[in-house]
Design a protein around this ligand. Structure first.
Ligand code: BGC
Length: 269
């Protein structure tokens, strides 16, 4: 465990924390002293494994099941969190899915599922967290803010993505939701920001990195010349959750190896 704990005594909820980016964020927050709720919706054994890893490293964590797109399940998850840790200081709205297809064959069910999980899920969790932040206020021994929300967005809040219209739309929505929430809540000392990952090596984009050919093609989109690792996002999340970023409000921190730098123009145009 890190000796200069930035999140000591704070409680954090990370949605979708039993794999990929959420898993790394949960471990990074716990490693900096936060009590962490590892939210999951399927594969409870994976969530238990994350909790065990955190505990073995000397941290505190508990797994709580909830489908973030279900209002009642979200409310019950927050209640269970308060029963366990008393309150919430940090929400990482991470749970997200892809259901890719060409537009003409995209089903309404797949459109709605992606919007429900990726966008409505973030709204439902943010609303519950904000109720608690407003009720409790600032505890200055823990943080100079009344609460912090980190929305997991994507480079695709900016980069259009053919074949992924539902997903890109959800991320564009997260951008405006995050900024509107931040504008509304900054006067109450609640900080709302996003992280915009690029291509991070996780199960969600396995086809893009599992063969050398696919990986080489992907790397043409990444000026920094490597695929991102979940830990790259974990470190950014710790900073955005900590008082070190106290003056950062309503911003997307892109962690993308330069994917947003229009690499296609590096030898053309
Ligand atoms: C997607 C990944 C993709 C990355 C870069 C992410 O938001 O979930 O599948 O590799 O953006 O395109």
């Amino acid at each position: 465990m890190n000796p200069n704990l930035k999140l000591k005594g704070q409680s954090a909820l990370v949605t979708g924390a039993n794999s990929g980016i959420g898993l790394a964020v949960a471990k990074a927050l716990a490693n900096d002293g936060a009590n962490v709720v590892v939210n999951y919706v399927t594969r409870p054994e994976d969530a238990d494994e994350v909790v065990n890893q955190i505990k073995n490293d000397g941290g505190n964590a508990v797994a709580i099941r909830a489908d973030v797109s279900n209002e009642q399940q979200v409310q019950s998850m927050f209640q269970q969190m308060y029963d366990t840790y008393g309150t919430i200081d940090i929400l990482v709205n991470n749970a997200g899915i892809q259901k890719d297809s060409p537009l003409e064959s995209m089903s309404l069910a797949d459109w709605q599922l992606v919007l429900n999980v990726n966008l409505t899920g973030q709204f439902l969790c943010a609303r519950e967290a904000v109720k608690e932040f407003l009720k409790r206020g600032i505890i200055k021994e823990r943080s100079c803010a009344a609460g912090k929300i980190i929305c997991m967005s994507s480079v695709h809040e900016v980069i259009p993505w053919a074949g992924h219209v539902n997903y890109a739309t959800s991320k564009g929505g997260i951008h405006m939701m995050m900024q509107s929430m931040s504008q509304e809540l900054a006067p109450k000392k609640i900080r709302v920001n996003s992280i915009g990952p690029g291509a991070i090596q996780t199960p969600i984009n396995k086809p893009a990195w599992e063969t050398p050919e696919a990986l080489n093609k992907l790397l043409t989109l990444i000026p920094y010349g490597r695929i991102g690792q979940p830990e790259d996002i974990g470190k950014a999340a710790v900073w955005l959750a900590s008082d070190e970023s106290d003056y950062v409000n309503g911003t997307t921190l892109f962690v993308d190896g330069g994917m947003l730098l229009y690499p296609g123009f590096s030898t053309n145009g």
